[in-house]
Write a protein that binds this ligand. Structure first.
Ligand SMILES: [Zn+2]
Length: 120
């Protein structure tokens, strides 16, 4: 389990752990839409198995965003007198926008690893 998380964070192919999934130097703090390789450069594992395969990664992204929003609220409420200050919403919005490039890539990596073909 810990090894899988290391492979995910290192952007490695789920099959051979040699090739890269994203064709970018720093995958988590890169502005813009992710540039993915279609297949692994080492074992030719196909990352996008069918058209619209990464549609489901949106749900993973949504879960990550909600978790980050709740964590931001829990942390931010200690800095305000009222339990629900409207400025917390602006802080949460900033965190969501700042974390979006990370969440897009991380959710796709999680999606690929959740549905990798274990029989190969
Ligand atoms: Zn591979």
């Amino acid at each position: 389990m810990a090894n899988t998380l290391v492979h995910i964070l290192h952007n490695e192919c789920p099959h051979c752990h040699e090739g890269k999934i994203f064709n970018e130097k720093n995958i988590f703090f890169n502005i813009g839409f992710p540039k993915m390789n279609k297949t692994c450069s080492h074992c030719h594992y196909q990352f996008e198995k069918e058209p619209g395969y990464f549609f489901g990664a949106m749900y993973v992204n949504y879960g990550l965003t909600v978790a980050q929003s709740i964590a931001t609220y829990v942390i931010a409420q200690f800095f305000f007198i009222k339990a629900f200050d409207l400025r917390i919403i602006a802080i949460i919005a900033f965190v969501i926008i700042a974390m979006a490039p990370f969440n897009i890539r991380f959710s796709r990596l999680l999606w690929i690893y959740m549905f990798k073909n274990y029989s190969i």
